[in-house]
Design a protein around this ligand. Sequence first.
Ligand code: HEM
Length: 364
Amino acid sequence: MREAAPVFHDEQSGSWHVFRYDDVQQVLSDHARFSSRLGGNDPSETGQLFASSLITTDPPRHRQLRSLVTQAFTPKAVDALAPRISQLTEELLDGIASRGTADLIQELAYPLPVIVISELLGIPAQDRDLFKQWSDVIVSQTRTGTTNENHYLTNKEMTEYFLDLIEQRRHQPGQDLISNLQSAEIDGQKLSVAELLGFCALLLVAGNETTTNLIGNAVLCFTEVPGTIDRLLTEQSLLPQAIEEVLRFRSPVQSMYRVTVADTTLGEVQIPAGAPLVAWIGSANRDERQFQRPTQFDIDRSQIRHLAFGHGIHFCLGAPLAKLEAKIALEATLSRLPGLTLAPGAHLERMESTIIYGLKTLPA
Ligand code: HEM
């Protein structure tokens, strides 16, 4: 598509699809032309939970909302979480190392980010499984873009759960993000309930599946290319660069949505106002105009300017956290599971989603 139809109009759905690196970067970052406001008005849509969240808001409200949470996600704040992330990783690996075989998604890549984001949000430990189930239903919704009864119930349950938690934190504030957000003010005004819910839902989904898939995709890439694990064990400083290459090569978030604010032109193509647009991050990250040998996974690639975390004002807030979790988890996995390989004949099934790229299981 990058060659034949870099900006493609799908007449059936009415959406416009953008495939080249430069165009995707422009769509993601030029918020004056490409709005992030989507939100249908049907409360049965999961989109409704996100309707007042950072990711679906344009400036100036976006800047105000983002400023409330940036402090919690700066590289410095995130580095302070390293000892806890290491401890959790070691605990999860204890069981795996003693057995010698495992499903690395279910037993490591899946629980680690859930526990970390739950602790940040102040979710009681006993509720974490529920939290993960909701997140999975929301991701499954991205497969079709439609809602069914399961999605509707999930939205309802999630909304009720978070309303309850927000109320509890109002009476008994703690050191967690929900407590901070419920007491935060912008120009003397507290956040609306919809905005508070938007934050909870967004951090829940954004902090979960994406990081799980980064870790899972990394294990897949490292075991697929012979010699990679040995290099990473002998040259440990290569790991951060190798993780960037995983983000480029198998981007956990494949696409993001925007809507045109007015009639506009992208490349040579004219697009009307109000048109829904899909920016294909996964395609941009393999654009031969930007990367040499783009279909090759190469840990020696340096200064990789991938778009896996987006670009511009909506650049992923959780990028430092995701990279830290991946680095700690992968470092420990490679050293504690020597000779790591995928189970012979393992059936690797991809998640069914057009937005999220990752594996359902990873038997090793
Ligand atoms: C935004 C990817 C992990 C929180 C984004 C965007 C992308 C992305 C592509 C841009 C959305 C847009 O332009 O519309 C990823 C990937 C991750 C990851 C690939 C893991 C490998 C996380 C984590 C958190 C997080 C761990 C939080 C704990 C957010 C938030 C936004 C965001 C709050 C919205 C920022 C805004 O609109 O200003 N992420 N993400 N992400 N991400 Fe992540």
